[in-house]
Design a protein around this ligand. Structure first.
Ligand code: 4AD
Ligand code: MG
Length: 431
């Protein structure tokens, strides 16, 4: 019998096939037994009529346990009521890998128990659905940029220069060269690549030794960072709204089943189309103060402030031109208000907070050097970065989208740690 993936059973109606997978659940009456099987491509109900199978097969079925790996052979039948629309009437089955006392049972488990068993928990329906949506978003990221003529450039993970800020770096000894840092961002490197290709992006893991234990922070997370030559801060926001709308649209379009599995109300996601509302940082502060907050101009927005601002919007919200003091050294000063920079954050609705941070870059050599010195960074490690401002400097902008925050929002899950297969957090390095 041919081995068939569950997703392809529709092409084998009326035929004999063999399906290999893992047991999700079993139930049995005296005359007929059922097993739901998962093979990664879908879920299948397999039916075993006692009087049509050998005594040995029937007995073997009775000993099947949750997550045993098995191979079932039988006849494919169309059945509208069955999950996936097809059933397999089994004639024989073989246990390929037994599973005794599988730790994750249908009863409720605590969060920390589940994360300690993350390597097994990944198999559960919800986790499979989240992983599929993440996969779709990753694929959509590459498609979006490829369709628009961007070149994908990989930035290094080990770096001699501090990419964002000195506060939350992971470092390691690097042979005779002193300290190497794990990349907080790929941005500085793809700025160099933007002068080679015009439009570029990198997409990879980034690291921050965040001491915070919030729903939004991982110590290792994936970031997608485009960089565009000749784009200013406004054009940068236009790219962000087109990009984010595309990602959400792809998930809505191609991952309906998974969103349904997660019981995601997709109404708010359907609103995500360009243009997004925009608000200056100064207006945001005024609005927060009017709402009773004691936040003062000059302070960075906290998670609660972000939630408050985004609550008043249907779509993601751009907050632009933050105070220079709370943002990274590479952001270009706003010529109309030197206290601020030409940057933006993009705040997701429904309390998910900042999912994108972007800016126009400082393209003037001397001003950039002054910012590097002003933030107490070592100019010697930025020689190559300053060179970009010496040899054909150019207006350019870019942004970073946090993959896990985006996936958590699209999935409607409450914590970012479920949006990555093996989350790394301050108290979690296992499994
Ligand atoms: O705002 P950030 O720090 O921006 C940068 O790193 C820039 N270099 C991007 C650029 O302009 N090329 O981070 C960008 C995004 C955030 O908006 C957030 O979605 C995500 O990365 N992020 C985190 N996600 C999970 N855990 C953390 N600790 C994160 N820190 C940032
Ligand atoms: Mg940010």
């Amino acid at each position: 019998m041919p081995f068939v993936d569950i997703r392809d059973l529709g092409r084998h109606v009326g035929q004999g096939v063999t399906v290999r997978g893992w047991v999700v659940t079993t139930r049995s009456s005296g005359k007929i037994a059922f097993a739901v099987i998962r093979d990664g491509s879908g879920y299948l109900q397999s039916v075993l009529p006692k009087n049509e199978v050998s005594e040995e097969t029937w007995t073997r079925f009775q000993t099947l346990t949750q997550e045993a790996c098995l191979s079932v052979t039988g006849l494919v039948r169309e059945d509208q009521r069955a999950p996936g629309g097809f059933e397999l009437t089994a004639s024989s089955l073989e246990v390929l890998g037994p599973s005794v006392d599988y730790p994750i049972t249908p009863k409720e488990h605590g969060t920390s128990f589940l994360f300690e068993h993350r390597h097994l928990w990944l198999r559960s329906r919800r986790q499979v659905a989240i992983a599929r949506i993440r996969h779709e978003v990753c694929q959509a990221i590459h498609d979006f940029f490829n369709e628009r003529g961007f070149v994908h450039v990989d930035s290094p993970i080990l770096s001699g220069a501090i990419g964002e800020e000195a506060g939350n770096l992971f470092s390691t000894e690097y042979f005779d060269l002193g300290k190497a840092y794990l990349a907080q961002t790929g941005q500085l490197y793809i700025e160099a690549a933007a002068a080679a290709h015009g439009k570029v992006y990198c997409f990879g893991p980034t690291f921050r030794a965040e001491k915070s234990k919030t729903r939004r922070h991982l110590t290792e997370f994936w970031m997608c960072e485009p960089e565009v030559a000749f784009a200013d801060s406004n054009e940068n926001m236009r790219l962000q709204e087109a990009f984010l709308s595309y990602l959400v649209g792809r998930a809505l379009d191609r991952r309906k089943e998974e969103l349904k599995e997660l019981e995601r109300d997709t109404t708010p996601l359907e609103q995500v189309t360009p243009p997004f509302p925009r608000m200056s940082y100064s207006d945001a502060i005024a609005q927060l103060q009017a709402g009773g907050s004691d936040i003062q101009w000059g302070r960075d927005l906290g998670a609660d402030d972000e939630t408050e601002l985004a609550k008043q919007q249907q779509k993601p919200l751009f907050v632009f031109n933050y105070p220079k003091e709370v943002k990274a050294f590479y952001m270009k000063e706003n010529p109309d208000d030197l206290r601020t920079v030409l940057n933006n954050d993009c705040l997701a609705p429904e309390g998910y907070g900042e999912i994108i941070g972007g800016s126009q870059r400082e393209d003037d050599h001397d001003r950039l050097l002054a910012r590097i010195l002003g933030q107490g960074l070592d100019p010697a490690t930025y020689g190559w970065y300053l060179d970009l401002r010496k040899y054909g400097t150019f207006v350019h902008s870019g942004f970073g989208l946090g993959l896990e925050r985006t996936v958590a929002w699209i999935c409607g899950i409450s914590h970012i740690r479920e949006a990555i297969a093996f989350p790394r957090q301050i108290h979690r390095l296992y499994p």
